[in-house]
Design a protein around this ligand. Structure first.
Ligand code: AMP
Length: 289
């Protein structure tokens, strides 16, 4: 695997590959890699071409300075995992390479409604930071395909919007959320949890399963109350528990048959903020019904 720390070297290399007809599949990450990240690398590899991963803990998307400071960094293990997965290129920039004019970055994107709900509401400025870094990474890598995880559902929608704003022709490939055996969504932030907290963190998955199984027969208020009780039983403190239209993220209080919906939860386990979601398909029949 080639490792480039500067975008000019990365671009020189990728140009030579493009001349030979190779397409580029790109997996941006913040490192502290787990099998969820690796599933994106594998998806890119399956599609052929050159697989490029990036690792950069982007300061502009952290609205909480402690969260940035405490974000896990495991670069040596990350490199080992990427090599083992057959990743071709790792772009490992520092702040100067991505933000040559320094911080804060000034560009703002009109994300409209997406920035007013869920993580947009609870993490002010977060999605502007995501767009700032993803646009810079896209300009450096210029991929044909961009691989993202459904785990960050709203982020996928934000990046889709970013690509339409910037006129990027890159195709977005959304990959399913990888989970631990007990259902907990894999996340770099799980590394910050104690053993007991890790067990309790499965409450988010249990609450999502509850919502999925009970969505047809209850009002939003009842669903949220009961899901909230599940979280509380597991020492989880929610920012939000919501059911939304899967295409628009419009928040819903009742579910009509024509809606394809997504249940989304953000909750704190101690100091660590975790998110997860579950798409509930139109034709879903709850278990036992
Ligand atoms: P991050 O390093 O958290 O910025 O994530 C980098 C990419 O990996 C994003 O597109 C995430 O949505 C994706 N990702 C994170 N966790 C998972 C998971 N458990 N399963 C699949 N993809 C994931």
């Amino acid at each position: 695997m080639f490792i480039f720390k500067e975008s000019c070297d990365l671009q020189k290399y990728l140009k030579t590959q493009a001349k030979q007809g190779f397409s580029i599949g790109f997996v941006p990450t913040m490192g502290a890699l787990h099998e969820g990240h690796i599933s994106l690398i594998k998806a890119a590899k399956r599609d052929g071409g050159i697989t490029v991963a990036s690792i950069f803990v982007n300061p502009t998307q952290f609205n909480d300075p402690d969260d940035f400071k405490l974000y896990p960094r495991t670069i040596e293990k990350d490199i080992y995992m990427l090599e083992k997965a057959g990743c071709d290129v790792l772009y490992l920039p520092d702040v100067k390479d991505l933000y040559p004019d320094g911080l804060p970055a000034n560009e703002q994107y009109d994300l409209g409604y997406l920035e007013t709900v869920l993580d947009g509401k609870y993490r002010p400025g977060h999605f502007q930071g995501v767009c700032q870094v993803v646009n810079r990474l896209m300009n450096a890598v210029k991929p044909g395909k961009l691989y993202l995880g459904q785990k960050d559902y709203q982020q996928c929608m934000v990046i889709k919007k970013l690509l339409s704003i910037t006129g990027s022709k890159a195709e977005i490939v959304i990959c399913p959320t990888l989970r631990e055996q007990d259902g907990l969504a894999m996340s770099s932030r799980n590394m910050r949890l104690t053993k007991e907290q890790l067990i309790n963190a499965t409450g988010i998955y249990k609450a999502l399963i509850y919502l999925k199984n009970n969505i047809r027969n209850n009002t939003g208020a009842v669903l949220k109350k009961n899901a909230g009780d599940i979280l509380a039983d597991h020492n989880l403190v929610p920012d939000y528990i919501e059911i939304a239209d899967a295409d628009t993220l419009e928040l819903l209080n009742t579910v009509q048959n024509e809606n394809q919906v997504v249940a989304l939860i953000a909750a704190y386990m101690g100091e660590v903020r975790l998110i997860d979601n579950m798409i509930i398909p139109l034709n879903f029949v709850p278990y036992g019904n």
